[in-house]
Design a protein around this ligand. Structure first.
Ligand code: SAM
Length: 289
């Protein structure tokens, strides 16, 4: 069968099954073989690899993944796509399609706890929960190579100071090294999304690049400081329910880190947030003594 990346073949199969695109599932299928080839090449997939594909759709990228990888697990929420996938993937015996919600499925159980490469054209409406779920649930994902909304890719890769820098940048960069690989125009999808897209690769660190005694506290500090972006860090933190420290303790911790009392959260690097979390813990230990 000719590949689905040929738009004519995609249209034929969609008509054959009378498939109705579901906006609520973020269904924009790829119809550009060059983009798919670039994604597969960037992910450096070999026959030794187990690949997790999130949302195979009608199987367009899955066909390429099946040819490149040893084994592919494709998790698709929309049961209407199952008969289509049965046909489009019929000639591959190394693909397992699982009709589940990616936010609920036990990935480690599915893949037998083996290291996986995640490759996907993600449903954009749940990009952040999917990525953070992969990191926080400690899925053995060595790399994540995914199509996302361009603006979200830019936020993931942003450094301190700019408008794109925020809680998502820091959360992603705590776990992985991000690299935007290519921008993808709306014309590469059917139907065309009304946002621009980009492929980003997140290469998982074996251990985080900063040492932090209490991860949750660091992320609470990060969230609190970006929730109130225009405020100084001291005011952002002292007004937050999540941060159980007094204004004096916050000021003392900033001093210990060599930071000005008027600094804003958006100026801090990941290393400085980690240091601030460690110093705040120290001020509470010192108060307990
Ligand atoms: N991979 C296909 C392609 O590139 O042509 C389809 C990509 S489309 C942007 C996103 C896919 O994710 C759709 O097939 C959609 O049904 C599926 N999806 C949406 N939400 C999902 C979820 N919670 N769990 C698993 N799949 C989901």
């Amino acid at each position: 069968m000719e590949k689905l990346s040929n738009p004519k073949v995609t249209i034929e199969i969609i008509q054959k099954y009378n498939f109705a695109f579901q906006k609520r599932f973020g269904q924009n299928f790829l119809i550009d073989g060059h983009v798919i080839e670039k994604i597969i090449r960037a992910a450096e997939i070999t026959k030794d690899d187990v690949v997790l594909e999130i949302g195979p759709g009608i199987g367009t990228m899955t066909q390429y993944l099946a040819e490149a990888a040893g084994e592919v697990f494709a998790v698709e929420i929309d049961k209407n796509l199952l008969p289509i996938l049965a046909e489009t993937l019929a000639e591959y015996d190394n693909v397992t399609v699982v009709n589940e919600d990616i936010l609920k499925v036990d990935i480690a159980a599915l893949t037998g706890g083996r290291p996986v490469k995640v490759v996907a054209n993600l449903p954009y409406y749940i990009t952040t929960p999917i990525i953070m779920g992969l990191f926080e649930n400690h899925i053995p994902a060595t790399s994540i190579t995914v199509m996302v909304q361009k603006e979200v890719a830019e936020r993931m890769q942003a450094g301190p100071g700019g408008k794109d820098y925020g809680a998502l940048s820091l959360a992603v960069q705590y776990y992985a090294k991000p690299q935007i690989l290519l921008n993808v125009p709306a014309s590469c999808f059917m139907p065309r999304p009304n946002v621009d897209s980009a492929v980003i690769q997140l290469t998982r660190y074996e251990k985080p690049p900063v040492e932090v005694k209490d991860e949750k506290l660091m992320f609470d500090i990060i969230r609190a400081s970006f929730n109130q972006r225009r405020k100084t860090l001291v005011n952002g933190l002292k007004n937050s329910q999540e941060i159980p420290f007094s204004k004096e303790q916050i000021e003392q911790a900033l001093g210990m880190c060599g930071l000005s009392l008027s600094v804003r959260g958006e100026a801090l690097t990941l290393a400085q947030f980690a240091q601030l979390a460690n110093c705040l813990l120290y001020t509470s230990d010192a108060a307990d003594d």
